[in-house]
Design a protein around this ligand. Sequence first.
Ligand code: HPA
Ligand code: ZN
Length: 332
Amino acid sequence: MALTTLIKALPKAELHLHIEGTLSPTLMWELAQKHGIQLPFQSVAEIETAYQFSDLQSFLDLYYAGADVLREEDDFYQLMKAYLLRCKENNIVHTEIMFDPQTHTHRGVAFDVFMTGFLRAITEAKTDWGVSVRLIMSFLRHLSEADAIQTLQDAEPWYDIIDAVGLDSSELGNPPEKFERVFSQARAIGFKVVAHAGEEGPPDYIWQAINLLGIDRIDHGVRCAEDKELMALIKHRQIPLTVCPLSNLKLKVIEDMAAHNILDLLEDGLLVTVNSDDPTYFGGFLNENFMALETALGMTEQQCRQLVKNSFKASFLPDGDKQKWLAQVDEI
Ligand code: HPA
Ligand code: ZN
């Protein structure tokens, strides 16, 4: 079987995906019209051509501006439903989705508006397509820790449907240590914890995420390769890294895809996974990220299978479900 066919055929899990980063230019345009919002673009095509970034911040500026079209329950429903349809098309059978409450509450959009919209789409997708979903509530690290603590409190009515908390947004200058208390509170409640670290930030931020936040997974983490001792620890503990190849390329974390270290990390025995991060902004959903590794790095079938298996191993699914999916991967 050609590798491209195999990529499409294998059941996969996605573990690093921001729902706000799945807003398509078309939906952005439609929602702007619906709400009478003046976008700084004249057409859908103009939005598409604006998606050129020099670093993480240049992307975040556009990403937060784009999220402003999300105002009502149905907007969040449509956003989530469109991504879950992509899951079905990409054969993503399980997805652990990040959402950024502060991006919405700070604009006066209340928790129950986005949560009910998300839930309606998730319930339909589970019933109609069998997609399994977990939710990760992410704190914006450019805001204060007090704001994150308030957000954790405001989320209380929704604790039953949230599995984990995360940390995203502008990494440089906002180290994990800034959020030690809120992560400790989240762990005490029983949440799993993840954090973006080592995307643009130095290996020290990964150390902090491990030692101070007690994370279960690192989002990105590709800069761990600069620190041998850190690499050894991540390997020894099999701490998963949720790597996002097209994101790294678009945000200039790497110069070109041929320079990506994901397969080196895999061959070194780290539990790395492939993910799409913000697919509508970075030019591809999950299967395109896998295909980029084939095209630019010559990913082998064996490496592809291992990356897909890692996606289930690194997930928050119960062991029985992990075993079921791992067996299914072996059957294809
Ligand atoms: N890094 C940090 N924050 C983010 C990202 C990312 O890749 N995507 C959405 N928010
Ligand atoms: Zn991310």
